[in-house]
Design a protein around this ligand. Structure first.
Ligand code: C5P
Length: 231
């Protein structure tokens, strides 16, 4: 990676964790560490991120600071995910590339982070990781009646981190974000090409109790380890 490219990582970590039912999700423990610590460790482990900014619930900012290395900036999150990302953006300074990474994707391998960042540093203005889907996906109307079945071969399940040229991400968020569930959606709306690189099953988002059981099992059975962990 060229030495002068500054990469900042924004970590939205202010979700309430309603679907997990164990309190604010980023602070839920997984094998003795919070999901937030796992996620930030992965970013640091990747070796390709210069600045990390965490958006935590307003009443848990001190707790987040106490868990994380002093070099990590912690800001207040917002009501919706995009509000939290926007608060993080305001603290990103003069970064060239900004990656946005859900705290809930605690087991994201550093290799995936490097793959996304390298593609952005090499010139792609928007890069997201995606995996082929195994289920058949249908669109439905409010009454629950099927309105379409997109060809599965064209579909990808999109993960984080998502990487963007810093000016592009700022413009995307300035254009309004109300109904977007990820940052790439905002960039797509600006008509800018978003490049998909291979995702990783281990970057799954811990959302429901089943996801947490899976994450615990992977860690306890030694089936998860960062790529740089000696074997
Ligand atoms: O709710 P969901 O799982 O889609 O959230 C994805 C990420 O966005 C999580 O890491 C969560 O903590 C974060 N988030 C946030 N601020 C919110 C809602 C979600 O930072 N208001």
């Amino acid at each position: 990676m060229p030495g002068r490219t500054t990469v900042a990582a924004l970590v939205p970590a202010a979700g309430g964790g309603t679907r997990l039912g164990a309190g604010p999700k980023a602070f839920v423990p997984l094998a003795g560490r919070t999901l937030l610590e796992w996620s930030v460790d992965g970013l640091l482990e990747s070796g390709c991120v210069d600045i990390v900014i965490v958006a935590a619930p307003a009443d848990l900012i001190d707790r987040a600071r106490s868990l994380l290395p002093e070099t990590i900036t912690v800001v207040s999150g917002g009501t919706e995910r995009h509000d939290s990302v926007r608060n993080g953006l305001a603290a990103a300074g003069a970064a060239d590339v900004i990656i946005v990474h859900d705290a809930a994707r605690a087991l994201t391998p550093p290799d995936l982070i490097r793959r996304v960042v390298t593609t952005a540093v090499d010139g792609a203005r928007a890069v997201i990781p995606g995996l082929p889907v195994t289920d058949t996906i249908k669109t439905v109307d409010p009454a629950g009646v099927v309105t379409g079945t997109p060809p599965r071969a064209q579909l990808r399940a999109i993960q984080t981190p998502q990487a963007f040229a810093a000016d592009l991400l700022a413009a995307a968020h300035a254009s309004g974000a109300a109904d977007a569930t990820d940052d790439a959606t905002l960039v797509e709306r600006l008509g800018v090409a978003v490049h998909v690189v291979p995702g990783d099953p281990l970057a799954f988002k811990i959302t429901t109790p089943i996801d947490l059981v899976l994450a615990q099992s992977l860690v306890e059975r030694g089936l998860w380890k960062p790529a740089s962990t000696p074997v």
